[in-house]
Design a protein around this ligand. Structure first.
Ligand code: GLU
Length: 523
């Protein structure tokens, strides 16, 4: 469906980091608006002045851009309905509230907060819903206006019609609320500060929003908002309330569940396309089939709000990581290297500035690695282990064996114990050691990959060990583990690393062999 009249909006409150729930809302708005060929707006909802901070606005925008989302109107790009930040729109809210008052659709309320609280408590004690009694509803407007002019503090309340409030929701179908649940809401506090449910309506209407797509925590706000549209004489938009996101324990997803902000996932080395793919599946599925991998183009082609389910979506971290592994493998190697270098600062600090913040500079190298040789070596280390990780932050651990290992721990490791007890192991280790050391005495300074292969073949012939009987003991001796990345690629990287004289030093094959034998004798 293309409809260039579509105007959707994403309206975050700058009170914290962008988390997965809001990011999914942003993505669904983006997919919906872009697919329709309509417009997408970003509006900053900072009416809660105590909790809102300008720095969060910047972070939200940066996170949205990182996810690959863009918008046509917003505080950063401007647009025909500016300003797009609620704190800059307060005069508009006052103006519309006065209009409602003048038209008799709203009234002044002089009840003090203390009185309202007493009323509430009484209602609760008598098992009645704690709604406003409507005391000021009956006041004569002219008299009320005089009291206000006389300086008495007055809030403005909307007069809710005495009939149920119905609206259509693309996800939930027709929804109906009794007017009693809504009661007459305050729209402008006596302090002059407008109330959230009211400003959203003024903004959405003045910004000509046709579709309000947001989290279903706002479903119960909607009847008030619908009553406001009607009172203001403005068309009611279409709504689509997206289901709650739950953690694995089926409780509402929160910080308790670990990583929930977009920044958390970015820091872990989750790629933006993996995250958007995963977020798209939270509450949406294409028609037919159980496909899970969707490029952005495919999402744009297939997304529709009609296929969004109202039932809660469970956030499955393992699935996200599984998708990420797919996207890591599908990425061009230079990109993976560029995104991964900073994780290696942990292992390989920059000389003299060990605590410096990791920065990936142009050309995909840190300044410690100005040497193109070191950079290209590290790039090959990264690419050697990248296929085995599901997030980039795991790379240094996977590559740790290159940067040295603890031979005593390797000897003691129960996972290695079985291999070390195999019939041929002792012979394999001692033959291999002897040959490596002979090489050294012959003056060879570095073990070339071909020489390594020849040595393995000789050990094989001399000991009768083959396949894993041959490889696993040698692997344990050189890397500390009986499995790992391809030997043929790892050995040259170990040898080259040791020659580069990095700090910490990368032990050569020979050094590894000697240290391992020492640890084995000591054990
Ligand atoms: N500012 C609201 C929030 O962050 C969004 C409200 C809306 O989309 O209408 O939850």
């Amino acid at each position: 469906m293309t409809d260039s009249r579509v105007r959707a909006r994403f309206a975050p409150s700058p009170t914290g980091h962008l988390h997965v729930g809001n990011a999914r809302t942003a993505l669904f708005n983006w997919l919906f608006a872009r697919r329709a060929g309509g417009r997408l707006l970003l509006r900053i909802e900072d009416t809660d002045l105590e909790r809102s901070e300008a720095r969060f606005e910047d972070l939200l925008i940066a996170d949205l851009k990182w996810l690959g989302l863009d918008w046509d109107e917003g505080p950063d790009v401007g647009g025909p309905f500016a300003p797009y930040r609620q704190s800059d729109r307060v005069p508009l809210y006052r103006e519309q509230a006065e209009r409602l008052l003048a038209e008799g659709k709203a009234y002044l309320c002089f009840c003090s907060p203390a009185e309202l609280e007493r009323e509430r408590e009484r209602a609760l004690a008598e098992h009645r819903p704690p709604i406003y009694s409507g005391r000021c509803r009956k006041l004569d407007p002219a008299e009320s206006e005089r009291r206000r002019q006389g300086g008495e503090p007055a809030a403005i309340r909307l007069r809710i019609p005495e009939r149920p409030i119905r609206f259509h929701d693309i996800v939930h179908g027709w929804v109906e609320f009794s007017n009693e649940v809504v009661s007459d809401p305050i729209i402008l506090r006596s302090s002059g500060i407008p109330v959230y449910n009211y400003v959203v309506v003024v903004d959405d209407a003045l910004m000509k929003i046709t579709h309000v797509i947001r989290g279903d925590d706002h479903l119960s706000n909607t009847p008030k908002q619908v009553a406001l549209y009607e009172a203001l004489g403005w068309p009611v938009p279409e709504f689509a309330h997206l289901s709650t996101i739950l953690g694995a324990d089926r409780e509402r997803l929160s910080k308790r569940h670990g990583a929930t902000s977009i920044a958390n996932f970015r820091d872990m080395g989750v790629l933006p396309e993996a995250l958007t793919n995963y977020l798209a599946l939270l509450g949406w599925a294409p028609s037919g089939g159980d496909r899970e991998i969707f490029s952005r183009e495919e999402l744009l082609k297939e997304f529709s709000l009609e296929r969004v389910t109202p039932s809660p979506a469970v956030f499955d971290m393992e699935k996200l990581f599984w998708l990420n592994r797919h996207y890591i493998k599908a990425s061009p190697p230079e990109r993976i290297v560029e995104l991964s270098l900073s994780y290696f600062e942990r292992i390989l600090p920059r000389p003299g500035t060990a605590t410096a913040v990791p920065t990936v500079v142009e050309g995909a190298c840190f300044d410690w690695a100005q040497s193109p040789e070191i950079c290209s070596w590290l790039a090959r280390v990264i690419l050697l282990v990248a296929p085995s990780v599901d997030r980039l932050e795991q790379l240094p651990d996977r590559a740790a064996f290159i940067f040295g290992f603890n031979p005593a721990a390797s000897v003691a490791n129960p996972e290695n114990a079985e291999v070390l007890r195999w019939q041929h192991t002792e012979a394999v280790l001692s033959r291999f050691t002897a040959k490596i050391l002979e090489d050294e005495s012959a003056g060879e300074r570095r073990l070339a990959p071909e020489r390594f292969k020849t040595i393995l073949n000789e050990v094989k012939a001399e000991t009768g060990a083959k396949g894993k009987e041959l490889f696993q003991p040698v692997r344990i001796m050189l890397t500390g583990a009986h499995s790992g990345p391809e030997f043929d690629k790892a050995i040259p990287l170990i040898e080259e690393g040791s020659r580069l004289q990095l700090s910490p030093h990368v032990p050569s094959v020979r050094e590894r062999v000697m240290e391992f034998q020492k640890a084995k004798t000591a054990a």
